[in-house]
Unconditional design. Sequence first.
Lengths: 200, 200
Amino acid sequence: MQEMSQLHAIFSRTRGYIDRFAEIIQPIIDAAQDEHTRLYYHHILEEEEQRLGRLQELIPYIGSLDEAKKAEQLSDRELSRLLSDINLERFGLHNFREHLELSLYEFKDEETRQLLNSMRESTQEDYLRVKEIMAALSERFSDVHRPDLTDHDEGYDIHQVDHLKASSSPAVANTGKTAAAPAAKTGRKGLTVGSLKGMF
Amino acid sequence: MQEMSQLHAIFSRTRGYIDRFAEIIQPIIDAAQDEHTRLYYHHILEEEEQRLGRLQELIPYIGSLDEAKKAEQLSDRELSRLLSDINLERFGLHNFREHLELSLYEFKDEETRQLLNSMRESTQEDYLRVKEIMAALSERFSDVHRPDLTDHDEGYDIHQVDHLKASSSPAVANTGKTAAAPAAKTGRKGLTVGSLKGMF
C-alpha cells in the first residue's frame, strides 16, 4: 500500500528532525541562567523524546506492513488502532511545528533560524500529508472508526502568523512575566469540555 | 479490579483540572501583547485539549471495565493496548505538571499561584500512583508487553527544583530571548536516538 511507504518516509524524516532539534536546543538548556528557561526548553525537549519513543515503535511496524503488503489484511480492530496511532503522530507533527516556531524566537543567527524554519515548513507539509493519508485510509475502510480529521489549525488565528517574520522583529517580547492578565473566569472561548468536539 | 476504579478517579480528576487550567490561561492568550506569548500559551492549551480528547475516550472505557468487572477478562492484546493507553496518559500527567510549573512563572497573585500549585502537587501524586498501578497490572499479567516504567523524573535535575519558590523570586528571568547559546553540535547529553532507552 503506497500510503504505508509514504508514512514510513514521513515518520523517519521527523525522527531525524528530532535529533537535529535536540542538538540546537540542548545548549540552551545547558547555558540557561534561570530555572524558568531551563524548565521551558527541558519541557519541549522531553515532549519530543516522548514522541521519539513512540516513533521508534511505530516506524518499524509501518515498515513491516509496507514490506509484506500486510496493510490490506489488517483486521478492523488492527486498522482502527493503526489509524489511532497515526492520528497521535499527526498531533505530534503539529506540536513539533509549534516547538520549532517557539524556538525561532530564541535565536538571532541566520543559520540556526533558517534550519529551524526549513524543518518547520517541511513538518507542516508532512502534517497536511498525514491528514490526507488518514482520510484516504478511512475512506477505503469504511467500517472502521474514523478519527476526527478537522484541520488542527482551524479557528486559531495564531497559526496564520508568520513566526519567522514575527520572531525577527526587535520588538518581540519575552514569554512569561508579561503584563499578567487577571485569571478571570470569563472571556474563554470554546474550551468547555462539551464544546471541544470538532476543535481538532 | 480496584485499579480500574482508581484510574477512573485519577483521569476524571485531571480532566476537571484541564478545565480549570484553561480558565486561568485563556485570559493570558486573549490579553497577549505579542505573537510569542500568544503562541506559547496557545501551544500549552492546545496540548491539554489533545489530552482532554484522549481522556474523553479513555475514561468511559475504563469506567465500563470497572463496572462490569471486565478487566480480568481482557485478552492479552487488549490489555497490552490498555497499558499503552494508560502509559500515554502517565506522560500526559507528567507534562501537565510541567505546564502548571511553567505557568507559575506568569502569575503574581497568591490565589492563582496557590491554585496552580495545588493542582501541580495533586497531579504529581496522581502521576506516581499511575506508575504504581501500571507496575501492578504488568506484574499480574506477566505475558503482556510491559511499558518501560522508569520514573520520568530520573536524571533530570530540573524536576528537583521547587518551582513555586523559584517562580516567586524577583530575579526570575523571562523565557525566550535569553543569552542565546550557540547552536553547538557538542555538549548534548544522552539524546542520541540510540541512547534514549530508559530515559523515560
